[in-house]
Design a binder for this molecule. Structure first.
Ligand code: NAD
Length: 351
């Protein structure tokens, strides 16, 4: 397998393959760039079909973290780790311990956090063997103390970003009466929907979890639609909060929303779909800019910034400034917003 010539290799500083025979650990830690600080990024556990797929995923995700943290104004670089295996059947205490040792060997160049297939509890276990783990400390929230889970901060940032996009595209400050379609009402999507409901927006939601849908109907007055129907709704905002690659050749012709702004990672199936959105007159809030609330939250916790919850919230609200800068420059340069976000990130982390 060639690695250096892979398109996703993209100048990675360091890629480490880790194995531990006893626990069965097979993991890859990718450190993309540490110019702005240590590489912080989630640890994903997934039953990859083959090793090449795992390599591609970790390289792509770690690079994405460099861009996300740079635009969010954090003193962090980008990294990610993947563990090859099924989190339901292969994740044992011994495997987590072996992973913690592998993370520790990098001496803090990489900081792990929870991701798909790993949990806050897993990170808390790893924390016993390495300090280079984030997202593990209980902290105050609107609803009392909560675990290290960054989802509420991600939802807050996404809400802020939707407000900015609405101001830019529709020229209005209030969300009252705004029509929003939320795809996926899990940890982030539900909290986002609650904030939108409180701001007076009307909601359309889809999910594959019937209990969550019922709750959204009852608590938020949301209208439930079939997953495939979510794209073609006559709404102002389409907020993807479930899966990646949902802006693609199939969904694009159906979209009637004038704004795409949601928390899901990697929403564009391919970069060209960002240009296609622009050409259709749809304003796209680049995913890694609008969903940065979570990484900002994890950063504040890990850096031990004890300026209180207000400082964290103020930093998350700067997603508004970042998006306004991106939208203004995209307008001036007649370029897709995603391309402009990448350019701003590169200016920051290469400086
Ligand atoms: P989650 O697993 O809690 O929620 C995802 C929801 O989507 C679930 O309710 C699931 O049932 C639903 N879903 C799955 N397939 C679906 C389909 N085909 N159609 C409609 N709904 C479907 O995850 P989350 O933590 O809420 O994250 C949501 C998205 O935001 C993910 O893409 C994640 O990568 C991204 N994100 C999350 C955070 C965070 O802090 N949690 C931070 C940045 C980005």
């Amino acid at each position: 397998m060639s690695v250096f010539t892979q398109i996703d290799f993209a100048d990675h500083e360091q890629v480490v393959f880790c194995s531990d025979e006893k626990s069965g650990l097979k993991a890859i830690i990718a450190v993309h760039n540490t110019h702005l600080g240590p590489a912080l990024g989630g640890c994903r556990m997934w039953p990859y079909a083959n090793e090449a797929e795992a390599v591609r995923d970790v390289l792509r995700l770690s690079r994405g973290m460099t861009y996300k943290s740079a635009v969010a104004g954090l003193k962090l670089g980008g990294g990610k780790s993947v563990v090859i295996g099924n989190p339901r059947t292969d994740k044992t205490p011994a495997l987590l311990d072996a992973l913690a040792v592998a993370v520790d060997r990098l001496g803090g160049r990489y900081i792990a956090a929870e991701d798909s297939g790993t949990s806050v509890a897993d990170m808390q276990r790893m924390r016993r063997l390495t300090p280079h783990v984030a997202g593990v400390v209980d902290k105050p929230s609107d609803e009392g103390m909560r675990s290290g889970d960054p989802s509420p901060s991600t939802a807050l940032g996404t809400f802020v970003g939707i407000r900015t996009a609405v101001k830019e595209r529709l020229g209005r400050d209030s969300l009252d009466g705004l029509r929003v379609a939320v795809q996926g009402i899990g940890n982030v999507g539900y909290d986002l929907a609650r904030r939108l409901h409180e701001a007076g927006a009307g909601l359309w939601v889809c999910d594959i979890d019937a209990a969550a849908l019922k709750q959204a109907e009852q608590e938020l007055g949301a209208r439930v639609v079939e997953p495939e129907a979510i794209y073609g709704l006559d709404v102002d905002v389409f907020a993807p909060c479930a899966l990646g690659a949902v802006i693609n050749d199939r969904s694009l012709p159906q979209l009637k929303a004038s704004i795409v702004a949601g928390a899901a990672n990697n929403q564009l199936a391919e970069p060209r779909h960002g240009r296609a959105l622009m050409e259709k007159g749809i304003l796209y809030a680049p995913d890694y800019v609008i969903n940065a609330g979570g990484i900002i939250d994890v950063y504040y916790e890990h850096a031990g910034i004890d300026a209180g919850r207000d400082a964290l919230i103020r930093h998350i609200e700067r997603i508004d400034d970042n998006l306004r800068e991106i939208f203004a420059r995209a307008r001036r340069e007649e370029r897709p917003t995603g391309e402009v976000a990448d350019a701003i990130a590169e200016e920051r982390f290469r400086r």
